[in-house]
Design a protein. Structure first.
Length: 201
């Protein structure tokens, strides 16, 4: 059995304002750094065998303090990268409200791909593949995986057996934890968008 803590990075100035996407240069803000410090405290007594992270700065800045506190090295996993939203990268949410393709994208993610971006099904495929690889390499471990909101939603939807178009039925907030359990014959969700995992591990 492998238990995986899916952790969204701490708050950045982009959250709720614009699509940072896969572009480099988005760092945690002051609130995000405080969230990570609190997260480190909450996870201090949780035995971790590995810490994996998306390559982007905001996830590495979240993962590194967790890894440091557990005496681990952050493993950078490219498949955990943020959703590539193509031409929408950097666009504000207010500007996108008049874009018909954006509105369709948020209604029917299963059939809508951002121009020069990737589909959410592609995101799910690569993220779940990364999960299964972590399961193989840490078969009896507990792994912290630091990634991005929609990437974590895609993994949770897979384990829950829910359609991609239900992505907005799951809340995944900055610096919050979702917990899944992976076995050879079973995958199940133990927690979604929690602030602590005590009592579950």
């Amino acid at each position: 059995m492998t238990r995986v803590l899916l952790i969204r990075h701490g708050l950045t100035d982009a959250v709720g304002h614009h699509l940072a996407g896969t572009a480099p240069g988005t760092h945690l803000n002051d609130v995000g750094r405080l969230q990570v410090a609190q997260l480190v405290e909450r996870l201090r007594e949780v035995p971790l065998t590995a810490v994996a992270s998306s390559p982007l700065e905001r996830t590495r800045e979240t993962a590194q303090p967790i890894a440091n506190d557990h005496g681990l090295t952050v493993e950078i996993v490219p498949e955990l990268l943020e959703y590539d939203v193509g031409d929408w990268t950097g666009a504000t949410f207010s500007a996108l409200q008049s874009n018909e393709m954006w509105l369709r994208f948020n209604r029917v993610r299963s059939l809508t791909r951002p121009e020069r971006g990737e589909s959410m099904i592609d995101v799910q495929h690569r993220a779940v593949s990364a999960l299964l690889d972590l399961r193989r390499r840490h078969a009896s471990g507990q792994v912290a995986v630091v990634s991005h909101g929609d990437v974590i939603r895609a993994m949770l939807l897979y384990v829950l057996g829910m359609p991609i178009d239900f992505y907005d039925r799951l809340e995944v907030s900055p610096a919050r934890i979702s917990l899944i359990e992976l076995r050879d014959d079973l995958a199940r969700v133990l927690l979604v968008n929690g602030d602590a995992v005590s009592g579950l591990l």
